[in-house]
Ligand binder design. Structure first.
Ligand code: ATP
Length: 355
């Protein structure tokens, strides 16, 4: 097992820059997820780490070893794909032991390893069944056990839960995370599903058009997105276009459509510049009267109110014509479409986005 380092990696196909100057330090034992919309370069990055494709420029290290240019079979990687790719004519046990037999492990060592892995994936009772006789979730657990049977330096997973229904997906997210943690293995995971990335990862790399937009913990990325792209990609957000009027210590005064807004943050902003202010819907309160002066408050009219079980989703049209999304528990909401209201939030719930 080892960490993985990508140093200024570029992969181009003609004029398409699939991956454009990506540097990344994946720690030993870390679960790191590449997240982003279709075509952003996630799979290409994973395939570069695997060695199935080679970079146009840049270097890849596994621990201290430079593996750039080295073929996949010499990199000691484990791979898991969406379609499981199990051998249909081999039993669960035989699928798991396949790589060990190839590598001429001793019979007793194979049996011990397979038994350990069957226990790890909780499939002892299915050892002698064929892939057609197990469920999708079970098949994916077998695929993981097979990928780690001969301990790899790094486990690479490309949308492994993509074929499963939502409920099973959520169970499998917990299962895969447990297996990765029990093995203490370095894992790189590709998904376009933000909640999956949030549930499973130590860190998330948000990619867009071949470049890294932001790297951080799930909580860090959600609560402090750096760009409009990341703020919009991870959850719901309100973005207001503001001008910086005064910055003093960690409080910035901004002007939004003639109204003053105070934001608490640690970024340095120049007076007179335009900036984007992001506020999450769950950080906004909706009230019939303006909030206290310590809060930011804007006047509007309820334009939409959706009940979605545990949460009420309300849209408020501001006097500027912009719409603010608010989420609150249903029992706190007594507003109807057309009601005049105020939306308010605290300076510390403001996020300044740099672009
Ligand atoms: P998805 O979620 O849809 O799988 P992705 O984020 O994994 O998308 P990639 O498959 O890495 O995206 O593709 C990144 C870009 O590189 C895309 O524009 C894609 O069309 C292009 N690309 C990938 N592989 C090739 C190839 N072999 N030849 C030409 N272009 C390619």
């Amino acid at each position: 097992m080892s960490g993985v380092k990508l140093d200024k990696i570029v992969k181009s196909y003609g004029s398409t820059m699939a991956v454009n100057d990506v540097s990344l330090d994946i720690k030993e034992g870390e679960f790191l997820t590449l997240l982003g919309p279709s075509g952003c370069g996630k799979t290409t990055t994973l395939r570069l780490i695997s060695g199935f494709i080679q970079p146009t420029s840049g270097a890849i290290h596994f621990g201290d070893k430079d593996v750039t240019g080295i073929a996949p079979q010499h990199r000691q990687i484990g791979m898991v794909f969406q379609d499981y790719a199990l051998f249909p004519h081999l039993t669960v046990s035989e699928n798991i032991s396949f790589g060990l037999v190839e590598r001429r492990y001793e019979k007793a060592a194979i049996k011990e390893r397979v038994d350990d892995l069957l226990a790890l994936i909780k499939l002892e009772e299915a050892a002698d069944r064929y892939p057609s006789e197990i469920s999708g979730g079970q098949a994916q657990r077998v695929a993981v056990a097979r990928a780690v049977a001969h301990p790899p330096s790094v486990l690479l997973m490309d949308e492994p839960l993509g074929a499963l229904d939502l409920k099973l997906r959520e169970t499998m997210q917990t299962e895969l995370r447990r297996i990765q943690q029990e093995l203490g293995i370095t894992a790189v995971y590709v998904t376009h599903d933000q909640s999956e990335a949030m549930n499973m990862s130590d860190r998330i790399v948000v990619m867009n058009q071949g470049v890294i937009e932001q790297i951080g913990s799930p909580k860090g990325i959600y609560s402090s997105p750096q760009s409009v792209f990341v703020a919009n990609f991870i959850g719901q957000v309100n973005v207001l276009n503001c001008n910086v009027t005064v910055q003093k210590d960690n409080i910035t005064e901004l002007e939004y459509q003639g109204q003053k807004i105070r934001a608490q943050h640690d970024k340095s902003l120049r007076q007179g510049t335009t900036t984007f202010l992001a506020i999450r819907p769950e950080d906004i309160k909706i009230t019939p009267k303006a909030a206290r002066k310590s809060q930011n408050s804007l006047k509007g009219v309820v334009s939409e109110a959706l009940f979605s079980g545990n949460v009420m989703k309300i849209s408020v049209e501001l006097e500027s014509g912009d719409c603010i999304k608010v989420e609150c528990p249903p029992k706190l909401n007594s507003f109807e479409i057309g009601n005049p209201v105020y939306v308010s939030w605290l300076p510390e719930d403001c996020n300044i986005l740099l672009n």
